[in-house]
Design a protein around this ligand. Structure first.
Ligand code: SAM
Length: 245
């Protein structure tokens, strides 16, 4: 999987690319990350990449010309790569989007700065704008890191075991069930008996119920689209009527 990162701050990425699962993916060559510094494509001796907005207003806007020259250079080495543009106003990044991107093989991520980028960049390249949440950060680098992490771990061979990403939050439309490990009791808090029973059928049933219950409590909007058995929906209705799930 190849990531091409267009940024003013390539040095910000060293931590994620040398640590943990993503670090191992890079070390093994399964993940490949290249950087393109927009400032290298500025035309004046001050290497200017921003200018005041037409129409007035606060802050500066990233200029279209160095950005376009930089993207053109990336497109020579990655002509078919999907172009993503980080933006708080973009399409919300999700597990579904991460898994779709993981199957594509190559992507370019454009990291904005200042008050954002000249609108013509989006028009010229039909870029897909992506947001990592409803808040405004100072730049797109952290958003790009979020995408590298969430996409990179889904690329076959990056996680230790192929099925580690199988039963996680959002994979089947639900949040993940609660997890426990040793010791069986800590400061009076016990691990649920079912998990210690060795009965795999009961454990699977308990986990499924807990996942549904947790999703209903913390992310009720996900329940509507989650793939639930009719009996599970019935149980949900009953629990909403006061009975225990
Ligand atoms: N003026 C812009 C607005 O109101 O939408 C915000 C610009 S922000 C200060 C600078 C850059 O940070 C953006 O161009 C984008 O690349 C990045 N950024 C900020 N918040 C983001 C988010 N939630 N998701 C993705 N990228 C974000």
């Amino acid at each position: 999987m190849k990531f091409h990162i267009v940024t003013l701050f390539p040095e910000m990425f060293s931590g994620i690319l040398s640590s943990g699962v993503i670090g191992r993916g890079v070390g093994s060559g399964i993940l490949d990350v290249s950087f393109y510094n927009i400032r290298d494509y500025a035309k004046d001796r001050h290497r200017t990449v921003d200018d005041a907005p037409y129409g007035g207003g606060a802050g500066m806007v990233m200029k279209v010309d160095p950005l376009a020259d930089c993207i053109d250079a990336v497109k020579i080495v990655a002509p078919d790569a999907t172009l993503l543009l980080t933006s708080p106003g973009g399409r919300p990044f999700s597990q579904l989007m991460a898994s779709e991107l993981a199957s594509e093989g190559e992507m370019i991520i454009l990291c904005g700065r200042y008050e954002g980028i000249d609108e013509r960049v989006k028009e010229l390249y039909s870029a897909t704008e992506v947001s990592i949440g409803d808040y405004v950060m100072t730049g797109g680098e952290i958003a790009a890191m979020v995408m590298i992490d969430a996409v990179g771990r889904l690329v076959p061979g990056v996680l230790g075991s192929e099925d580690s990403a199988e039963d996680e939050s959002f994979t089947h439309g639900l949040l993940e069930y609660p997890q426990y490990t040793r010791p069986p009791e800590f400061r009076g808090l016990k691990v649920p008996d079912t998990l210690l029973s060795g009965n795999h059928r009961e454990i699977a049933r308990w986990r499924r119920m807990k996942a549904i219950q947790k999703t209903r409590q913390l992310r009720p909007e996900l329940i509507d689209t989650a793939l639930l058995e009719p009996s599970e929906r019935k149980m949900l209705l009953q629990s909403e009527g006061g009975q225990k799930l």
